[in-house]
Write a protein that binds this ligand. Structure first.
Ligand code: CP
Length: 303
């Protein structure tokens, strides 16, 4: 089987992405029933996290263990990368020893360099540009709770950063319509936005949310924006998602947040407890969708 990487949602066809969602839903059901399924005995993954993580880390570590494999968490200082070993050399060494690499680092270019120089699959566990693993979990949650996302309307309100970029790619791949509201100078990448007719910038959060089936936001200061928190809090204040804003959306709207959330900033203090919020179901899906992804990259389509 030729090696594949998952650096962006655009690396997979829409049919392959649909397969991953179906398989992730099966993994969620198997997990609920306590079914043991261990096709990856003897397989090892290396997790390189150059930034903090709870969900991504636990999902990869628990997921590989549940599939019968093992995950080495190299962390941010646990390898020679932090002492200047070239990414290209790290890629060739890991390819000699393990079966798959998952990497979180600010630079999308570094992730691409790692993948180009690896003979084993590489997964983007988040960069400053994209967070494709999160979108697998989000689309899974939408389809489990509301049916197909194709043709639906999604609102992204907040920072036009990695989550917004991945929603633009998701709109293209899954065929939904994305309305984006961001403060001036915090818009998503212009070329990425221009690459699809399925996403548009609108002027206000109210316009974005109006009639939406799904409303999404992310923190106002992501990793990589350290030192900008105070300025960003002031700029983004009109973009908070709260219960009144959600009232403008479709009757059956769901709210998602990739977490961690800052209550009182991008969301109201109480929004995660609102029945329209599915943020914790969404977080749980990180486990199941990342298991589906690893299985696909190592074994191909199973069912
Ligand atoms: N949503 C997400 O990627 O969470 P972590 O940063 O905790 O991995």
């Amino acid at each position: 089987m030729a090696k594949r990487d998952f650096l962006s949602l655009l690396d997979f066809s829409p049919e392959e992405l649909d397969y991953l969602i179906r398989r992730a839903r099966q993994f969620r059901e198997m997990h609920a029933k306590g079914e043991i399924y261990q096709p990856l005995v003897g397989k090892v993954g290396a997790l390189i996290l150059q930034m903090h993580s709870t969900r991504t880390r636990v999902a990869f570590e628990a997921g590989l263990a549940q599939l019968g494999g093992h995950c080495i968490n190299i962390g941010s200082t646990g390898s020679q990368l932090s002492r200047g070993e070239p990414v290209e050399d790290m890629a060739r060494v890991l390819s000699e020893m393990v079966d798959i690499v998952m990497v979180r680092t600010l630079s999308q270019t570094d992730i691409e360099t790692l993948a180009t120089n690896s003979t084993i699959p590489v997964i983007n566990a988040m960069s400053s540009f994209l967070h494709p693993c999160q979108l697998l979990a989000d689309v899974q949650a939408f389809e489990e709770l509301r049916g197909s996302i194709r043709g639906r309307t999604v609102a992204f309100v907040g920072d036009g950063y990695n989550m917004c970029h991945s929603y633009i790619n998701a709109a293209k791949q899954w065929g939904f319509y994305l309305k984006i509201a961001c403060p001036k100078n915090y818009e998503p990448d212009r070329d990425l936005l221009a690459s699809t007719n399925n996403a548009e910038l609108v002027d206000t959060p109210q316009e974005a949310v109006d009639g939406a089936d799904l409303v999404v936001t992310d923190v106002w200061s992501s990793m990589g924006h350290e030192g900008q928190e105070s300025d960003r809090r002031a700029t983004f204040a009109p973009y908070q998602i709260n219960e009144s804003l959600l009232d403008l959306a479709a009757k059956e709207v769901m709210f998602m947040h990739c977490l961690p959330a800052h209550r009182g900033e991008e969301i109201s203090e109480t929004l995660l407890d609102d029945p329209r919020s599915v943020a914790f179901h969404e977080a749980g899906n990180r486990l199941h969708s990342q298991k589906a992804l690893i299985e696909f990259l190592l074994l191909g389509e199973i069912a």
